[in-house]
Design a protein around this ligand. Structure first.
Ligand SMILES: Cc1ncc(COP(=O)(O)O)c(C=O)c1O
Length: 387
């Protein structure tokens, strides 16, 4: 059986972008340590510096306002800033409040189980059953907490584009929080590049974290911006390869892939992909009639469709999709792949189907042919389900 597999799990990780593939095929493997002073080392450093400049330019930031460092990905970044804030507040005898939402990525929710010091507390942000942040209520609550404790420093996590549902929660709506003194906004920007029209506009926020493998570069690399005047205490110290921000030898090969992938991403027409998503979503809604439901939002990113089947847990459903060559993902699964209750579906009050969430996340540029192939395969899965 010649089954062309359809990779529809871009939110987990994207395939390497075309320029990265072309470059790897050329065989030019950057291997030298960028800290070495010979010509090969200097070439690696040049690539890193050029990539830094490109990142600054892409996001309209500058060395004058923001610091930038590479790390292994957003998971590292999130724990790095939690550690940094904890250290800063500990040294200044202040209290730290880390705000999160229970539908955040696990890189954030897992912080709650960590001991970051007895001066560190957590606050769960309120979200509505339709998954929108309850900004007014959260603002009022935080304002009161700050008024009653002037020594409070707040690290506020905001998930820009939701990895499971594709819901886009705008940065503009966060402006109000900047009225609270000593409140710092960390924007989890991992799923934004190429999927929401404003992905380059980091207008509101103090810290932004990205993972390069979500937009066509290699895995094990990410980067973060943060406001220049923000005190910072590195999680990983040692040889000082990135000054006082992070130690450890940089990976020039991965950094080069980031440079190429980011350049490819610039050419993406997000609004065009959104139209493809809408077509596919309408199709899936009609196909699923009586079998399941699509969960969609007014502000939805351009590549993600989240749905559930009424009577199949996601691990069973995934196997069915896989048999038809469709590589999709359970909205939430444990590392063994077994279906887990989704925090999203639970928050929506959909307890009976909380293990049934499925996510289809496709390329930044879905062609008409690609759309047709997905529709064809989806029909086959549905016909298996109905039989
Ligand atoms: C929204 C979001 N935040 C954080 C992460 C963590 O990124 P990484 O696994 O690259 O460290 C992910 C990865 O799936 C994500 O989707």
């Amino acid at each position: 059986m010649d089954l062309v597999r359809l990779y529809l799990d871009y939110n987990a990780t994207s395939p390497l972008s075309q320029s990265v593939l072309n470059w790897l095929k050329s065989g030019e493997m950057l291997f030298a340590n960028p800290s070495s002073q010979h010509s090969s080392g200097k070439f690696s450093r040049k690539v890193i510096n050029e990539t830094r400049s490109l990142i600054y330019k892409t996001f309209s930031k500058s060395e004058n306002d923001s610091k930038l460092f590479f790390h292994s990905g957003a998971t590292e970044s999130i724990i790095t800033f939690a550690h940094s804030f904890s250290e800063w507040t500990r040294q200044n005898k202040k209290e730290l409040l880390i705000c999160f939402s229970k539908t955040d990525h696990q890189a954030v929710t897992a912080l709650v189980g960590k001991f970051l010091g007895s001066h560190v507390k957590f606050l769960e942000l309120k979200i509505s059953p339709n998954l929108n942040y309850q900004h007014d209520e959260n603002f009022k609550n935080l304002q009161e907490m700050k008024a009653s404790n002037p020594d409070l420093v707040i690290l506020y996590h905001h998930l820009w584009v939701h990895n499971e549902t594709g819901l886009v929660s705008s940065l503009e709506s966060l402006k109000i929080f900047k009225n609270i003194p000593d409140l710092y906004l960390h924007v989890d920007s991992v799923q934004a590049p190429g999927k929401t029209e404003s992905w380059r506009h980091l207008n509101v926020g103090d810290i932004f974290s990205f993972s390069a493998h979500k937009f066509g570069a290699m895995k094990g690399l990410g980067f973060s911006f943060f406001k220049k005047d923000l005190p910072f205490f590195p999680l990983i110290s040692g040889g000082g390869q990135q000054g006082s921000l992070r130690s450890g030898t940089e990976n020039p090969l991965a950094v080069m892939s980031l440079k190429l992938a980011l350049t490819d991403l610039e050419a993406i027409d997000v609004s065009k992909n959104t139209l493809q998503r809408i077509k596919l979503e309408e199709f899936i809604k009609a196909e699923l009639s009586g079998l399941g439901h699509v969960i969609t939002h007014q502000n939805q990113c351009s590549n993600t469709i989240y749905f559930y089947l009424n009577s199949y847990a996601s691990d069973i459903a995934l196997a069915l999709f896989d048999l038809e060559g469709m590589e999709i993902s359970a909205g939430s699964a444990c590392s063994s792949g077994a279906a887990k209750e989704s925090a999203v579906l639970t928050q929506m009050g959909l307890h009976k189907v909380a293990r049934n969430g499925l996510r289809l996340s496709f390329s930044f540029q879905l062609s008409d042919e690609g759309l047709f192939l997905i529709q064809e395969r989806f029909k086959r899965v549905v016909s298996r389900l109905r039989n």
